[in-house]
Design a protein around this ligand. Structure first.
Ligand code: ADE
Length: 300
């Protein structure tokens, strides 16, 4: 996988040379290049931003600098497109992302069988965009080329994603949470880690990925984990985990995952597909106050 990152603070990404991502780069699984957006400026101040049209606080990143940079990295010739700039503001949520929401569900279900795609994906972190999820990470882990553009200040000119979408590029905008950061760099690091750890050969133990929270078609929060000793400072590991009875251990963990998800993320319970739940799952959910006779659980 080739990953380009464009930022006014490319040094920020030196951290990606550490840890597992550093090893993955050494192994040739990923090739990460951080570019300085200011390298595509022509003025003496290397300015990348300007005041917002229509007034308001802060500065907005200029489209001309971004387009010179992105055209070069995406091997595109500059052109003029016909776009309606008054189009639905939801457009920023990406037609591609909406389209891919469905395929992401399919992909999550067959994560290992999805072929890699040659179409580059251009990703802009943006606090006003849809939330980045494990499904997005799974889907993007099948791309051959990801290009991240880090905004700063009050953000970037809205025509940048609009233009590249009109050019046929798969453009995504994602928020990593309901809070505002100073720029996209942290958000890109988060997305990058979530995506690259799914690459075949990246993690030592692929099974650990399958069991994780948010993974799979019927995603739950993961059960609690313990290691030795069995009694630590008076707190004991649950007996059943020491029983050696794998079926009982699996059931205990599954019930714990259901109970934990019910308490912390009932929205994930509501999204479960009842036809994929076994008898014991249904019993546990009913005891937790859910009706499980329809397509999805409903709170009683
Ligand atoms: N840029 C600033 N805040 C952000 C957020 N929450 N997610 C993605 N990009 C951002």
């Amino acid at each position: 996988m080739k990953i380009d990152i464009v930022s006014v603070f490319p040094e920020y990404f030196e951290v990606l040379n550490l840890s597992l991502l550093g090893k993955a780069q050494e192994k040739g699984l990923v090739e990460v290049t951080a570019h300085n957006l200011r390298d595509w400026t022509h003025d003496v101040h290397h300015s990348v931003d300007d005041t917002p049209v229509g007034g308001g606080a802060g500065m907005v990143m200029k489209p001309e600098v971004w387009s010179e940079c992105l055209d070069e990295l995406l091997h595109l010739e500059p052109t003029t497109v016909t776009c309606d700039s008054t189009a639905d503001a939801d457009d920023t949520a990406s037609a591609d992302a909406a389209e891919s929401a469905e395929s992401a569900t399919e992909i999550a279900a067959n994560a290992d069988t999805v072929p890699a795609t040659d179409r580059p994906v251009l990703i802009f972190p943006n606090p006003s965009a849809p939330l980045f999820t494990q499904q997005d990470a799974t889907e993007l882990s099948h791309a051959n080329h990801l290009l991240f553009g880090c905004g700063r200040y009050e953000g970037y000119d809205a025509r940048i994603p609009q233009y590249y979408r009109a050019q046929g590029v798969d453009v995504r905008e994602y928020s990593i949470g309901d809070y505002v950061l100073n720029g996209g760099e942290v958000a890109v690091s988060v997305m990058l880690e979530a995506i690259t750890r799914l690459l075949p050969g990246f993690m030592g133990n692929a099974a650990s990925i399958v069991e994780e929270s948010y993974t799979g078609e019927n995603a739950l929060l993961e059960h609690r984990q313990y290691t030795k000793p069995a009694d630590w400072r008076g707190i004991k590991v649950p007996d059943v985990l020491l029983s050696g009875d794998h079926a009982k251990v699996d059931r205990f963990r599954r019930d714990e995952a259901l109970a934990k998800t019910n308490k912390l993320r009932p929205d994930l319970i509501e999204a479960l597909d009842c036809s994929k739940l076994d008898k014991a799952d249904r019993k546990t959910l009913m005891a937790l106050g859910w009706e499980v006779s329809g397509a999805h659980p409903r709170q009683r």
